[in-house]
Design a protein around this ligand. Structure first.
Ligand code: HEC
Length: 144
């Protein structure tokens, strides 16, 4: 009897551990540590047809020096940067990130890299427009 109860306890514990591991693995696909203030943000310009074009112009003025005119990471100021600026074309960078993550990075910058904060330089609706532009590069990927 005691043996059976011990076995049940072990099985229940194993199931609980497996569930926990599975939950983390499933979330890992898009796991991003965002401050709570950013985690719930959504793009207010999602259905604004002018946003991607506006964002393209903002990108050329503010981001292309590093991320490249084509957003492929090969800007003139990218030379020697470690890590290099993100390449948004032909890579999984955009697929790996949610809109709130992109907004967080553009707003706060990325510590340990040359990615600056645009909190002061760009208004919130301009930061969202750039995200609409980046999403337009991979139209097969929905906003996430
Ligand atoms: C001074 C150069 C520079 C400028 C200007 C710049 N970036 Fe970056 N950016 C970087 C670097 C370097 C990284 C780090 C890449 C990495 O983490 O592998 C980065 C990272 C990012 C990331 C995060 C990618 C990731 O996987 O975490 C986003 C999003 C981004 N940049 C968007 C922009 C946008 C939009 C602009 C313009 C508003 C901009 N950047 C301007 C250099 C720059």
């Amino acid at each position: 009897m005691t043996g059976t109860r011990a076995l049940v306890v072990v099985l229940v514990a194993a199931a609980a551990i497996a569930t926990t591991v599975w939950t983390y693995a499933a979330r890992g696909a898009l796991h991003e540590d965002l401050p709570p203030a950013f985690a719930s943000r959504t793009n207010p310009r999602l259905h604004d047809p002018a946003a991607a074009a506006a964002g393209a112009a903002i990108f050329q003025s503010n981001c292309a020096s590093c991320h490249g005119d084509r957003a492929d990471g090969h800007g003139i100021a990218a030379v020697g940067l470690t890590p290099p600026p993100a390449n948004f074309r032909g890579t999984d960078v955009l697929a790996r990130h949610s809109d709130p993550y992109l907004f967080y990075r553009i707003t706060e910058g990325k510590p340990g890299t040359a990615m600056p904060s645009f909190r002061g330089a760009l208004a919130e609706n301009e930061r969202w427009a750039v995200i609409s532009y980046l999403r337009s590069l991979t139209p097969d990927l929905a906003h996430r």
